[in-house]
Design a protein around this ligand. Structure first.
Ligand code: GLA
Length: 385
């Protein structure tokens, strides 16, 4: 992988690259749709990743080539933002501009990128791209950016330039991702705590292979619904800043004043934050006998209260719980397609993969994809070439 990237870089740019950076995807184990409510989340970095090699360009032009599909990214980082939101060049432009907005001096960059992280599947391919590119810029221009700054700049790139109103979970999961560790992130004070996953279980991800049509619009709708809820709660509790500051007694006070749907959204968020604390404790004490129940409750909350699941995800979760070596399953990421995360006892991974593929095929007459991940990995790695 490494040597192919270097060879391609030399072919395309006629010089030697200076750095190699690998940037993982992430999977969230629990704490879904709570990062933008200042909640707590428990993701980790995974072995599916983007790999880059790169070096400086002489001028202010940034050029990148994705060697797996030969697509090109190109951005004039001194120019005005004329890139179509969401286009691949808007990511490149957004990253470079956000590094500059954060007060750092950079010129252009040349890079080639490749990897095995599926795009648009809820495993944070875009956050992985942004974090990796920021780390590459940091190495090339000796910016010495720390993990927190990388995560914040990557989020700014997506929020301000790509037009995605995401929270901070994905970027922090990647920047702080550590081998064999789950990363508990408190999205209010941005503190990070690690816990281990028992080493006799593996993370296995099942990809519905569905295009997530509704993900962006419904994501924004959930944010709107919850800010409406907050504004009503503030009439009674003016000091609250986010749903993180609300408890179930407070929520019940306004039950009769709000639409049932809005109430459900709030209830889901409060319960989900509790579930994250519970799973973190279980992982820490190596006592995971109830973890399947908690993951399942989380999934049902996402299906019935936050309403971001879909038939394919529900099916995968239900079928997983029928499999002998399965411990837990739920949808992961923004939802409306994308992936389910499962925890499978060591030794059962291949059988589970065959089982769920054939169940999915008989139900939907389409293939799903299965990634046997095992344990978490380091999120960002850079090497001077
Ligand atoms: C997307 C966003 C994250 C988070 C999840 C849902 O991945 O980028 O910030 O909100 O959805 O948990």
């Amino acid at each position: 992988m490494h040597s192919t990237l270097i060879r391609k870089y030399k072919e395309i740019f006629s010089k030697e690259p200076q750095f190699f950076v690998s940037s993982s995807g992430r999977v969230n184990l629990i704490g879904e749709h709570v990062d933008y409510h200042d909640g707590i989340v428990l993701p980790c970095a995974i072995s599916l990743k983007n790999n880059f090699v790169g070096g400086p360009s002489e001028d202010y032009e940034a050029i990148g080539i994705n060697i797996s599909n030969r697509s090109e990214f190109r951005a004039d980082i001194k120019g005005l933002n004329i890139y179509e939101k969401g286009s691949s060049s808007s990511y490149l432009y957004g990253v470079c501009r956000s590094v500059i907005d954060a007060g750092h001096f950079i010129k252009g960059i040349n890079f080639v990128v490749d990897g095995d992280l599926p795009i648009g599947s809820g495993l944070s391919s875009s956050a992985s791209f942004c974090c990796g590119l920021i780390e590459l810029l940091s190495q090339i221009y000796k910016l010495n950016l720390g993990k927190m700054e990388i995560a914040k700049i990557a989020r700014m790139a997506e929020n301000n330039y790509v037009g995605v109103p995401c929270g901070i979970m994905d970027q922090m999961a990647i920047a702080f991702g550590k081998e064999k560790k789950l990363v508990k992130i408190d999205c209010r004070d941005l503190s990070v705590n690690y816990c281990s996953m028992p080493n006799n279980i593996s993370i296995v991800i099942v990809n519905t292979m569905l295009k997530r049509q509704l993900a962006k619009s419904e994501y924004e709708n959930r944010q709107r619904e919850c800010s409406l809820l907050l504004s009503i709660l503030r009439r009674y509790y003016p000091y609250i800043k986010s749903l993180r500051d609300v408890n179930s007694n407070m929520l019940n006070t306004i039950k009769n004043e709000v639409d049932e749907i809005i109430f459900k959204r709030g209830k889901y968020v409060l319960d989900e934050i509790q579930r994250v604390e519970a799973v973190f404790e279980m992982m820490n004490s190596n006592n995971i006998k109830d973890i399947g129940k908690i993951f399942y409750e989380g999934h049902i909350g996402l299906r019935d209260e936050y309403e971001v699941s879909c038939d394919e995800l529900d099916f995968i979760v239900e079928e997983t719980y029928k499999f002998e070596g399965a411990i837990a399953a739920r949808m992961t990421g923004a939802g409306f397609g994308g992936c389910a995360v499962t925890l499978i006892r060591n030794g059962f991974e291949e059988n589970f993969s065959n089982y769920i593929r054939s169940r999915y095929m008989s139900a939907f007459k389409r293939d799903c994809d299965v990634y046997i991940i095992g344990q978490p990995v380091d999120g960002l790695i850079s090497i001077r070439l």
